[in-house]
Design a protein around this ligand. Structure first.
Ligand code: GTP
Ligand code: MG
Length: 306
């Protein structure tokens, strides 16, 4: 699994670590230019201007306090600062004992919601839990079929209605069916595109309400699925969702395998204060792992070479 992480993060690591190593090589002693270059590397690694500036400012304080002279040592301190940010983010999956748990997957179109449902469903099933899928994306052509194909190959039941039907009705049915069949976790797919953002947000609110009414509690997890390739733009998009669905319990970062922008996870954690619960590192059903801060840091920063 560690190899998969390291492979998945390869592009991000080359982007960040590669340039940090080059920076240490061109100047072994700390000076103003070092900080300027460092800030530029961080900003252009999708860590975002705000978080990058804060990191450099804190690093300057640490360097001063610890009387550090070498750029190599400064980079090691930077790594510790990033670890501190990411570590707040070590949260376990919420699962209710002895009653149905509901996981709702939301996010803009194409980020990987449906694929991630298959991955999480498979993971939970492997852990001995009884899972079920709910085809709550009745909007996009082919979405129901896509989930059914996953359900068939993973032997996970799928509750669906026709395309164009009311997602709230599908979700209602799914909760009833899940309870009747003693399911542990119901994973609900949702549409990512509904003409415009306003409709999408209204739909999300409505779905959330239906679940709370039918299940008598909030979903155990509301996952906001985010495409890592969108880089630092993901932050604004996530903030928009949070405004409309305030109960988001976790983020899932997809497509880390194809991007050099994995640094975007750092401002997301810092600014949103919502844990990243899973990372996805490929299209296959097994290309998913729980977010582990140490592994993430190793993935993006590796070991700083001497
Ligand atoms: N490389 C890679 N591709 C992924 C990953 N996750 C999803 N994909 C691909 O991204 C594409 C879109 O995935 P979907 O799961 O259909 O995305 P969605 O959010 O459900 O899309 P809509 O239903 O249209 O809103 C598919 O081709 C997936 O195979 C990942 O972690 N890595
Ligand atoms: Mg989908």
């Amino acid at each position: 699994m560690l190899n998969k992480w390291l492979n998945g993060f390869k592009k991000t690591q080359e982007n960040i670590l590669g340039r940090l190593n080059a920076l240490v090589k061109i100047g072994p002693t700390i000076n103003d230019l070092f900080y300027d270059n460092l800030e530029e590397i961080l900003v252009t690694s999708d860590i975002g201007i705000k978080t990058s500036m804060e990191l450099v400012r804190t690093l300057k304080e640490v360097v001063k306090k610890d009387k550090i002279k070498e750029t190599q040592k400064a980079i090691e301190k930077l790594r510790e600062l990033i670890v501190d940010i990411v570590k707040i983010n070590n949260q376990k999956l919420n699962i209710s004992k002895d009653e149905l748990s509901i996981y709702l997957f939301i996010g803009v179109n194409g980020v990987g919601k449906t694929t991630t449902i298959a991955k999480v469903g498979n993971l939970l099933q492997k852990r001995g839990l009884k899972v079920m899928f709910s085809a709550g994306d009745t909007f996009r052509a082919g979405a129901i079929e896509q989930l059914k194909v996953w359900g068939k190959s993973l032997e996970i039941p799928v509750i669906s209605q026709q395309e164009g039907s009311d997602p709230a009705a599908v979700i209602f049915d799914s909760i009833e069916a899940a309870k009747a069949r003693d399911i542990d976790v119901l994973l609900i797919d949702t549409a990512g595109r509904l003409h415009n953002k306003k409709n999408l947000m209204e739909e999300m609110k409505k779905i959330n309400k239906v679940i709370q009414r039918e299940d008598g509690k909030k979903p155990e997890e509301i996952f906001l699925v985010i495409d890592s390739g969108t880089g630092q733009n993901a932050l604004a998009s996530a903030e928009e969702f949070i405004k409309n669905v305030p109960d988001i319990t976790g983020l899932i970062l997809t497509k880390l395998d194809g991007t050099a922008k994995g640094g975007m996870a750092i401002p997301l954690i810092k600014e949103l204060n919502i844990p990243i619960k899973f990372v996805c590192l490929g299209e296959g059903v097994k290309d998913i792992d729980e977010f582990i801060p140490e592994k993430f840091i190793e993935g993006i920063l590796g070991e700083v070479a001497n």
